[in-house]
Design a protein around this ligand. Structure first.
Ligand code: 21W
Length: 224
């Protein structure tokens, strides 16, 4: 998969996408990730990317010219262009699965008070938010989306890493059951007897009950 990111803050991406599973996917050629600085598509001395809203109001908007030029030069035949914005539809595991089917994504991340509406109207195939809270820009959100999508690209996760995936992840069946590793007793806190008993049917039953109870208590919305 090819992912391009158009951002005002390419420096923010150093680190999160250079470690662990994402970096492994990049090195394996399963993810071709490229960052692009929006200011590279400006033509004035000050590299202006924003301007004041017509009609007044606080803050600045990303102006159309640099973003149109950038998207037109970066997009190819099959590219899905996705705006990151707090006004987008809420990103979830189903959106991640859907994006993982694409071969070519171009994310445009915002800043300030948002985008000139013509960017949304004529360039964007989709607009995504990562949740109902206000961030300073779209860099962290797009990293969240890239992380969630990359691990779904076939071949990125090993069998061990992916086996658990769908059935017990938040957003599908519900929350995880409680898990323990050694030691069987730590500072007086004991691992439940059933887990050390070796009775596999009993363990399964306990896990199902615990997961259900936990989901009911914390995330009743996941049980429809
Ligand atoms: C924050 C942009 C607030 C715009 C009209 C007048 C991308 C984000 C962002 C930002 C506003 C995401 C308005 C969850 C986020 C992002 C920067 C508000 C209001 N409309 N997901 N004023 N949260 N945030 N504009 O903040 O770019 S995805």
């Amino acid at each position: 998969m090819k992912i391009d990111v158009l951002t005002l803050f390419p420096g923010m991406f150093a680190g999160p996408l250079d470690e662990s599973i994402i970096m492994r996917a990049r090195k394996a050629g399963l993810l071709d990730l490229k960052l692009h600085n929006l200011r590279d598509w400006t033509h004035d001395r000050h590299k202006t990317v924003d301007d004041r809203p017509f009609g007044g109001g606080p803050g600045m908007l990303l102006k159309p010219e640099p973003i149109f030029e950038a998207v037109e030069s970066l997009r190819r035949e099959k590219t899905r262009v996705i705006l990151m914005s707090p006004a987008g539809r809420k990103f979830d595991q189903a959106s991640a699965r859907e994006l993982a089917q694409q071969e070519d994504l171009l994310f445009v991340t915002g800043h300030y008070e948002g985008f000139d509406e013509r960017i949304r109207e004529s360039l964007a195939d989709d607009e995504l938010s990562v949740g109902d809270y206000v961030l300073t820009n779209g860099a962290l959100p797009v990293m969240v989306v890239i992380d969630a999508v990359t691990r779904l690209i076939p071949g990125v996760l090993g069998d061990d890493e992916s086996s658990q995936d769908e059935s017990f992840s938040a957003g599908s069946a519900g929350l995880e059951y409680p898990q323990y590793t050694r030691p069987a007793e730590f500072r007086g806190m004991k691992v439940p007897d059933v887990l050390v008993s070796g009775h596999h049917a009993e363990i399964e039953k306990w896990r199902r009950e615990q997961a259900k109870r936990r989901t009911q208590e914390r995330r009743p919305d996941l049980l429809e």
